[in-house]
Ligand binder design. Structure first.
Ligand code: NCD
Ligand code: ZN
Length: 348
């Protein structure tokens, strides 16, 4: 399978993605649909996707915005946004819908559009119980929101204060620790049972926190959870390339307009969909683990979610492709990861 300059793998899926809404959808969806068959659509819209009805409407808008060639083949996997007031009855509806595949726990105030998220997870215990029963995974943004906790420690403290307890109290609940950024998170996932998995972004494996301050402040390297120190970056690469079935691909590609990032108070989020699989090929290649890419990108995710693996294949070629300075984003612009630079691998 692995020729040195060419790699053919089962078509991958993206298990953590933001595509926003309305006029923005058609700008970003082609990047994802050109590479992936399915993507877990994050529900943190300005008006969050809190019910199956809202998820159905959002799904329709996504499908409408897809290019014709992808309309019948790309499958948006929808999620619900958990709040203190989510009704446990919504979980049964989610399971019956066939298109809602998970529920996302944003601690209130942790990240973009999370103000309506959960401020009291205990108030959600009946919902978590229902999710365990229905086999619906809980997707976790794992950072505490206490401003007194150092921003680089918020993931580790979340593990201690919340996640270990949830995993212990709900052993039947499937939990995906999203966009993990620390060796502590890797360790938690490794030591937990088979119901606990994690997504890993490309940018957290390509950059450490120095990238935020490289010759000046770099708003396009700012995301949440924030980039961590080199030891953590190495731990993530080791986990992703280990072949362990608990770790899978989730880009957390999170587009924002240029002016809201290049701002006195810039938004969190890095746009990587233009290199959604290519950046991972680069990482696995450098780690001499290209033979593990297919498991991470195409097998572990569907296996964890209990969905079939894709049948089609894609070809990745070691060939440099220039990355533009900006992509159109609605009637504005979005600055992509490595703007003006190159992807080292290409598809097709
Ligand atoms: C995401 C976004 O912009 O929606 N931002 C980010 O920095 N990753 C939200 C999130 O996943 O935290
Ligand atoms: Zn995200």
């Amino acid at each position: 399978m692995t020729a040195s300059n060419k790699l053919i793998i089962t078509r991958p899926d993206d298990w953590h993605l933001h595509v926003r809404d309305h006029k923005f959808l058609s700008s970003v969806l082609p990047h994802t649909a050109d590479r992936f068959t399915r993507a877990i659509m994050m529900p943190n819209l300005v008006e969050p996707v809190t019910t199956v009805k809202l998820a159905s409407e959002y799904r329709d808008r996504i499908i409408d915005a897809l290019p014709a060639i992808h309309k019948l083949t790309f499958d948006p996997l929808m999620t619900l946004y958990l709040t203190n007031r989510t009704n446990a009855s919504e979980i049964k509806k989610a399971r019956e819908s066939g298109f809602v595949h998970a529920v996302k726990w944003y601690p209130a105030g942790a990240t973009t559009n999370s103000s309506k998220g959960v401020s009291d997870i205990v108030a959600c215990y009946d919902v978590l119980e229902a999710m365990a029963e229905e086999g619906i995974p809980l997707l976790v943004h794992g950072e505490v929101t206490d401003p007194n906790v150092d921003i680089f420690d918020r993931e580790r403290v979340f593990i201690e204060q919340f996640l270990e307890g949830i995993i212990k109290n709900f052993p039947e609940l499937k939990v995906v620790f999203e966009h993990i950024t620390t060796a502590d998170a890797v360790k938690l996932v490794e030591k937990s049972g088979p119901n606990v998995g994690a997504t890993i972004t490309a940018h957290h494996m390509l950059l450490n926190r120095n990238a935020l301050f490289q010759g000046g402040i770099r708003p396009h390297h700012y995301c949440l959870p924030v980039l961590k120190r080199e030891t953590h970056r190495k731990a993530l690469i080791k986990a992703a390339t280990s072949g362990n079935k608990k770790f899978f691909l989730g880009t957390d590609s999170a587009p924002h307009t240029k002016h809201t990032k290049e701002n006195a108070c810039g938004c969190a989020g890095i746009y990587t969909s233009h290199g959604g699989i290519e950046l991972y090929a680069e990482i696995f290649d450098k780690a001499e683990a290209l033979d593990k890419l297919e498991k991470f990108a195409s097998f572990n995710g569907p296996d964890f979610y209990g969905l079939p693996r894709n049948r089609e294949k894609i070809t990745l070629t070691r060939k440099k492709v220039p990355i533009p300075e900006v992509f159109p984003f609605g009637d504005e612009e979005c600055v992509p990861f490595r703007a003006g630079g190159e992807l080292l691998w290409s598809i097709g």
